[in-house]
Every structure is written in C-alpha cells, then in structure tokens.
Design a protein around this ligand. Structure first.
Ligand SMILES: [Zn+2]
Length: 286
C-alpha cells in the first residue's frame, strides 16, 4: 500500500475526519538512524500526526511539528509541506530503552510552526502534560483552536516499519448538539485496532467503524519522504560565515564536510568548490 492520507466528512454531523498511512516514509526517515524502538515509534507517531495536522490546513508553505524536552529525547521534529512531502529527525542523548512517552521527552513542549509562502508565520505551543503524543495534540487543539479533536496514532518497527493514524475534529462553527455527536463518532473510532489501521484500506476502515453513518470521502493525497537538502543549500549556509573562517577550517581539516541530520546525506567540499564564497567574501571585505 502506498503512503497516503484521505479526508472525509460525516453527512449528519459537523465533524471532519482523516485517515493516514505512511509505512514507506516512516521507514525512509528511520532507516539511516540508529534509533531505539521507543524513539523510532515516537518519530513514526509524529510523522502521522504532522500529516494529519497539515491536511487540516489550507496553505502553501512549510509546517514544522517539534517535540522538545529535558528527557533523553532532546528533540524530535517533522517538516512537511502542503503536498505532504515529509522529512524528520530526532536528537537523543542517553539510553531510551523501555521509556514511556513522558520519560522520553521529560518536561517540555510541543511546537507547531506554519510558514506560508505568503503571509505571516504562525507558531503555536503547548506544554507536554499528557501521557501520549496524541493526547498532547488533542490538548493543543482545545487550548489553541477550541476544537474538540480525537487523534489516534500508531507506529511500530516490530517486523517492519508501520505507521498510521486517524483524526476526528469538530468544524469551527458547530451547533449545540455537537458534543454528543463528537462523543459518538469518537467512541466508535476508539474501537479501531492498531493492526486494522496498518492494513485496512480507507474504505474498509471507514466501513468497519462507520457503516451506519453516511461518510463522504475526499480525494486521496499521497504522502512521500523528501529531504530538501542539497549542495547549493550547504553553500548558502556556509556563506553565513566569513571567508577567513572558511579558510581556517580548510587549513585545519583539508576540506569541509557537512552532514544532513534528516536524510544522512554527506556533502564534501574542497577548497576549489568554495572559491565563489571565498572570492565573494573577499570582494566585500576590501
Ligand atoms: Zn537531507
């Protein structure tokens, strides 16, 4: 099954939903890293969460969903754009074996940054006070958007990388009956099994949960792993330090090597590759 997300809406209720599966992208994100099972699973959940959140927004641009705390998992971050092109990484210090979500992240917060191609950058933040990533996100939506939200996230690396999830959310302007409606569809969603989220098609899954409801499905959106790093971007970041500093690094190390934390690509620059930077900088200085 290809990585994909599908939005749906209930005819009878003012509630929208989404289902996402991203086994391949999850595998692409973790395969070149030596994450523990606990860290890998959390990265997988964050990948699905970011896909689900991205699809609730109407924007062109980038979104970053980041967990930051004082636990052994310092940061876990997923970047995405409106086309659900996704990358992610985690920074870990210390042993994470057997740790729960709370033990992994410690005291910290969840940050969502939306950078549209046009318009203002938006940042939302919520303290990590719940026992799971999905509950922290539900908390975020209630506190920052006043939207009742149910999020189910699953990720596993047991036999192979698998990640999937489901989101239900009340529409912004809902009538007074919405709470009972939301409890109803939410309770049905809670009966879904991890394995069903991994393996069933969207139609099968929605039939399994909501065969007594009228559910309208939107077009399937592909999810894919894509890293935006490149040789040009490395050169751009090198341009932020002075020519003297670049020369000093070249003298000390013979070359400059850069590593992408997201996709584990290595970029190697000899002095000849950096002539443009060295000349530009000198031109500016004299
Ligand atoms: Zn990269």
């Amino acid at each position: 099954m290809n990585d994909q997300l599908q939005r749906f809406i209930f005819d009878a209720y003012q509630i929208r939903g989404e289902i996402a599966q991203a086994h391949n992208s999850f595998n692409d994100i973790i395969k070149k890293h030596d994450y523990s099972t606990e860290v890998a699973n959390l990265v997988g959940e964050l990948l699905i969460a970011t896909s689900l959140i991205t699809a609730t927004l109407k924007f062109n641009g980038k979104i970053t969903v980041q967990l930051q705390g004082d636990g052994p998992l310092n940061t876990a971050v997923i970047n995405a754009n409106q086309n659900l092109e996704i990358r992610g990484t985690a920074n870990v210090t210390g042993d994470t074996t057997g740790l729960s979500f709370k033990q992994l992240v410690g005291k910290g917060h969840l940050m969502i940054t939306i950078s549209p191609e046009e318009g203002e950058r938006y940042q939302g933040i919520v303290a990590l006070e719940k026992d799971s990533l999905s509950e922290c996100l539900e908390d975020y939506f209630i506190k920052s958007e006043q939207l009742a939200t149910r999020i189910i996230l699953h990720a596993s690396v047991k036999n192979k990388a698998q990640a999937a999830g489901l989101l239900l959310q009340t529409l912004p302007a809902v009538d007074e009956n919405h709470e009972a409606d939301f409890q109803h569809v939410s309770a049905l969603a809670s009966t879904v099994k991890e394995e069903e989220l991994y393996t069933l098609s969207n139609d099968e899954l929605l039939y399994r949960l909501y065969h007594q409801e009228k559910v309208r499905l939107f077009e399937i959106q592909p999810i894919s792993f894509k890293c935006s790093c490149s040789k040009e971007r490395c050169l751009t970041s090198l341009a932020s330090i002075t020519a003297d500093e670049i020369l000093e690094m070249l003298n000390e190390q013979g070359s400059i090597d850069m590593h992408c934390e997201y996709c584990a690509s290595d970029y190697h620059f000899e002095k000849d590759d950096l002539q443009i930077l060295l000349h530009d900088e000198q031109g500016l200085q004299h």
